[in-house]
Design a protein around this ligand. Structure first.
Ligand SMILES: Nc1ncnc2c1ncn2[C@@H]1O[C@H](COP(=O)(O)OP(=O)(O)OP(=O)(O)O)[C@@H](O)[C@H]1O
Ligand SMILES: [Mg+2]
Length: 360
């Protein structure tokens, strides 16, 4: 299995899920693999009978409880928030813990059709033998209803309103009618839907009030403090380095703190001490962006250096993260370099020098 780049959550964390199931004390809802409190332990981390449970979501644990409780009700769960706030990650791990299966996913896009939400037909079989169960092509949501599992819908607000609205009857009646077969599929216990949607991307469609009522919305915030952001970034970078076979940064590596500082300041529009305001670029500068930036810089440092991230590596990757739109973000980045980083001096001097060299 080691040649698989990324396993689904339920495979990657199989031993944790097994340990939690073996130690189960609570009541397990119908169709679930474990009790709500075990799902919670799987998400926030801890230890069970000597097995370490790694935290999957770091932050407001009350939000995680609300999300889990929602899955016990007849409403869907909608995770929204700024880009890179772990909506997809939380959705995948919730589905893995609740249903033992996180791969029943509809990837929403402008091109997603109603057939990709309900069901479609294998036209060769349909023409050869007419409508039959065998000619029906089941969507991930159809399969989730049939088997009583969690289905996931990524980027719901990117879909056209008519595609989104196909979910209304599915969520309220928990049933998909198949008029061609004069039948209907009624969802088994355990079925639920976890959707994610981004509050900031352009090209998104507002959700109808009718659909919004069928969801309980949980807004995932950006990390509240610098320390929390450091914890998220350090943990995830170490985990990713393991997957990508890269050496993880040493604890206390200043490159990590510098990357978190710069992107956090750019995102929040103020210096860490709150004394100076600054212009935020349009690009998201999220913790997720910092994680990608650091893994990129590490790969660079390993491929072309001695494995240690130096300011020269950091400089190019920082620019790449902060400036997604040259015209709009370029100016904000230059302002940051001149007004904030240059004035800091000390350990920031070299980074400033390397970063400003690229501007000329
Ligand atoms: N609070 C957090 N706890 C744990 N990991 C986090 C947290 N915030 C961000 N991350 C990390 O950020 C990365 C991106 O997360 P994810 O892709 O789930 O974000 P998203 O909200 O779905 O973003 P997008 O809106 O771009 O789809 C993941 O690697 C995740 O581990
Ligand atoms: Mg996502």
């Amino acid at each position: 299995m080691s040649d698989i780049l990324r396993l689904p959550a339920e495979r990657q964390y199989e031993s944790e899920l097994e340990a939690l199931k073996a130690a189960e004390r609570g009541a397990v809802p119908d169709g679930w693999k474990m009790s709500p409190s075990s799902v919670y332990a799987y998400i926030v981390g801890g230890e069970v009978n000597g097995t370490k449970i790694t935290p999957k979501y770091i932050g407001n644990s009350r939000l995680v409880q609300v999300a889990i409780a929602t899955l016990m009700t007849d409403r869907g769960l909608l995770l929204t928030g700024e880009p890179g706030t772990a909506k997809s990650r939380l959705s995948e791990h919730l589905a893995a813990a609740v249903s033992g299966c996180s791969s029943l996913v509809v990837q929403g896009s402008m091109g997603t059709t109603e057939e990709q939400v309900r069901y479609s037909w294998n036209y060769a079989t349909l023409i050869a033998s007419g409508p039959s169960e065998g000619a029906l092509v089941k969507t991930p949501i159809y399969k989730a209803m049939e088997e009583g599992l969690c289905a996931r819908f990524e980027e719901l607000s990117r879909c056209a309103p008519e595609t989104q609205d196909a979910l209304i009857s599915m969520l309220s009646e928990k049933c998909i009618a198949v008029p061609e077969l004069r039948s209907e599929l009624r969802a088994r216990r355990g079925f639920s839907l976890i959707a994610t949607s981004n509050t900031r991307d352009r090209g998104t469609n507002d959700m109808s009030a009718a659909l919004a009522r069928r969801f309980n919305t949980v807004v995932l915030p950006s990390p509240a403090t610098f320390e929390l952001e450091m914890e998220i970034v350090t943990g995830r970078v170490a985990e990713l380095c393991g997957q990508l076979r890269l050496p993880a940064p040493q604890p206390g590596d200043r490159a990590v703190a510098k990357a978190v500082t710069v992107l956090r300041e750019l995102r929040t529009g103020a210096t860490l001490d709150g004394r100076e305001k600054l212009r935020s670029p349009l690009s998201s500068c999220s913790a997720a962006e910092t994680i990608s930036l650091l893994t990129g810089a590490l790969a660079f440092a390993c491929g072309f250096g001695d494995g240690e991230i130096r300011d020269e590596h950091l400089a190019s990757y920082l620019r790449g993260s902060a400036v997604k739109d040259e015209e709009k973000d370029g100016a904000a980045w230059k302002e940051y370099l001149e007004n904030i980083m240059r004035k800091r001096g000390g350990e920031w001097q070299e980074l400033y020098k390397r970063a400003s060299e690229q501007e000329n």
